[in-house]
Write a protein that binds this ligand. Structure first.
Ligand code: PEP
Ligand code: MG
Length: 569
């Protein structure tokens, strides 16, 4: 089995077609005078622009405006006076149109590749695509026409570029496997928009897989079997059927409001760990971001991310979700989330230790960087809300807010734009916070219930210890009462309350959350549509009946059994 990045969910079974890159060798092209070369360049740019325009129109029809925006970006580059001007300068210096395109594009590619911002790095691929397009136009070479490939084809290529999408459809292409690209590359976005399973980033795959090889692939897990045995094939066929049935059923819930059976609206947001996840969340129908776990920005590196770096990451999500809420949680380190370079002390009880908001308040030099980055990132769209993790008392909220005020003063003095009105809310994930939810509501603009931790702290059960895993359950009446209490406290105080723990996506718990009046459900991107569906199946009356019945029961087993039996299929 080959393993890559699962970039577009679904199971693909078919035969490989290895798409080799065309060699774009223009070394034999002779310079035919400045005027002539400039004319060739502008004619090529115009033709490429027209083709791209036609592709964008067909893509908008096929998969929606969002995917077509990738092509609009390329069209815009073609009319960018700076880029085109540089090419003309190259020609004026005695180079052919081909050499001018190559030199200028390569320098832009190198520049964008070296940038920290993921969106900027993405541009490098787009310019590479544009370079190839212009060169092919100048050299009279045709694009590979994937419209002609037989049904059941799995495309194997170094990269999957926007040009390749032209003729492609799920009718003929059942899978895409590439050597480069990650979950957030344009190739991944395009594959998801086309709903073709894709596994990206398998090194050397265009050489290891041969034309005609049988392929079974899973675009979620990133698994690829080449010439699979009967059993694997049978297993993949079964999973393919199940996946398609589920996808078709849930599709009806995309671009729909999240309402219960009576038409009452609730908010349905997504949890993300990296800015790159935001795109998938949007595509899966998230109406906002309910939890951005910023600690992931601090992991897998050996020093703190700078204010600029953090700001870019937060801003990226803010821009993508402009007009929608983006709740960003400040650094939740410690416990199960270790960041080696912070040199945190080894503790006897890390889950009860110097972590999350406690650590941040005691490390102002680190925390201020994040607070400043958050305030600055919200300057354009004013949609970022700041959320504090692991709060146990009012003092923590007040201290964090005081630091925020200090950060605002600094930014104002430095003349940097920021969102002065960014709201500050808290996670409710400790029994203390739950107990004094009414008091915390005086200082917090909103609550989000973190059931992952609330369950572990309420039940005194380590959420990661397999030996006590059977005891770890949100169906314990203590956890349920706590959740109910927090929702009621928020409603009494008139502040919104959400849930961003995994429990928010549990179809057995959803009727209770609806009945108690939860305003916002924040779930992983892959659970958005299923959660929307579950919510739509419950009327207020039915949900209330179920919660009354469940809360009258006293054992975990009884409650869990009852609620599971009430799940609406
Ligand atoms: C939680 O505790 O429920 C939560 C959402 O936070 P995390 O899982 O990141 O601890
Ligand atoms: Mg937590």
């Amino acid at each position: 089995m080959l393993k890559g990045t699962g970039a577009s969910a679904g199971v693909g079974i078919g035969h490989a077609l290895v798409v080799k890159e065309q060699v774009l060798d223009f070394s034999g092209v002779k310079f035919s005078g400045e005027a002539e070369e400039k004319q060739r360049l502008s004619a090529a740019a115009e033709q490429v622009s027209e083709r791209l325009q036609a592709m964008a129109t067909s893509m908008t029809e096929k998969v929606g405006a969002h995917a077509a925006e990738i092509l609009s970006g390329q069209i815009m580059m073609l009319s960018d006076p700076f880029m085109m001007g540089q090419m003309e300068e190259q020609i004026a210096a005695g180079n052919t149109a081909e050499a001018a395109v190559d030199t200028v594009c390569q320098s832009f590619i190198a520049m964008f590749r070296s940038m920290e911002d993921e969106m900027m790095r993405q541009r490098a691929t787009d310019i590479g695509d544009l370079r190839a397009r212009l060169l092919k136009q100048l050299m009279g070479l045709d694009d590979i026409d994937l419209a002609q490939v037989p049904a059941g084809t799995v495309i194997i290529a170094k990269d999957f570029t926007p040009s390749m999408t032209v003729g492609i459809s799920r009718e003929n292409v059942v899978g895409i496997i590439t050597e480069i690209g990650g979950r957030t590359s344009h190739s991944a976005i395009l594959a998801r928009a086309l709903e073709i399973p894709a596994v990206l980033g398998i090194e050397g795959v265009a050489d290891t897989i041969q034309n005609g090889d049988a392929i079974a692939m899973d675009g979620e897990l990133g698994h690829v079997y080449v010439n699979p045995d009967e059993r694997t094939l049978g297993d993949y066929k079964k999973r393919q059927e199940e996946f398609e049935q589920q996808r078709q059923m849930l599709k009806a819930y995309l671009n729909q409001p999240t309402v219960n059976a009576d038409g009452t609206k609730v908010a349905l947001y997504a949890n993300i760990g990296k800015p790159e996840d935001a795109q998938a969340a949007l595509e899966k129908g998230a109406e906002g971001i309910g939890l951005f776990r910023t600690e992931f920005l601090f992991m897998d590196r050996d020093s703190l991310p700078s204010e600029e770096e953090q700001m870019n990451a937060y801003r990226q999500v803010s821009a993508l979700f402009a007009g929608k809420e983006v709740i960003i949680r400040t650094l939740d380190v410690g416990g199960d989330k270790e960041i080696p370079y912070l040199n945190m002390k080894k503790e006897e009880n890390p889950f009860l230790g110097h972590r999350a908001i406690r650590y941040c308040l005691d490390t102002p030099e680190t925390y201020m960087v994040q607070l400043r980055a958050l305030l600055r990132a919200g300057a354009d769209h004013k949609n970022i809300k700041i959320m504090l993790p692991l709060v146990t008392g009012l003092e923590e909220i007040r201290a964090a807010k005081a630091m925020l005020e200090k950060a605002k003063k600094e930014l104002a003095a430095e003349g940097l734009p920021f969102d002065a009105d960014a709201e500050v809310g808290i996670m409710i994930e400790t029994p203390a916070a739950s107990q004094i939810a009414d008091l915390l509501a005086q200082e917090a603009a909103f609550f989000s219930i973190g059931t992952n931790d609330l369950t572990q702290y309420t039940l005194a059960v380590d959420r990661g210890n397999p030996d006590v895993a059977p005891l770890y359950t949100h169906f314990h009446p203590a956890v349920l009462r706590s959740i109910r209490h927090v929702i009621h406290a928020a409603r009494n105080a008139g502040i919104p309350v959400g849930m961003c723990g995994e429990a928010a996506a549990d179809p057995a718990l959803i009727p209770l959350l609806l009945a108690w009046g939860l305003d916002e459900f924040s779930v992983s991107a892959s659970a958005v549509l299923a959660t929307r569906r579950t919510i739509s199946l419950w009327s207020a009356q039915e949900a209330d009946d179920v919660q009354a019945e469940a809360m009258a029961l006293s054992s975990v087993k009884g409650i869990q059994g009852y609620l599971n039996s009430m799940i609406k299929k």
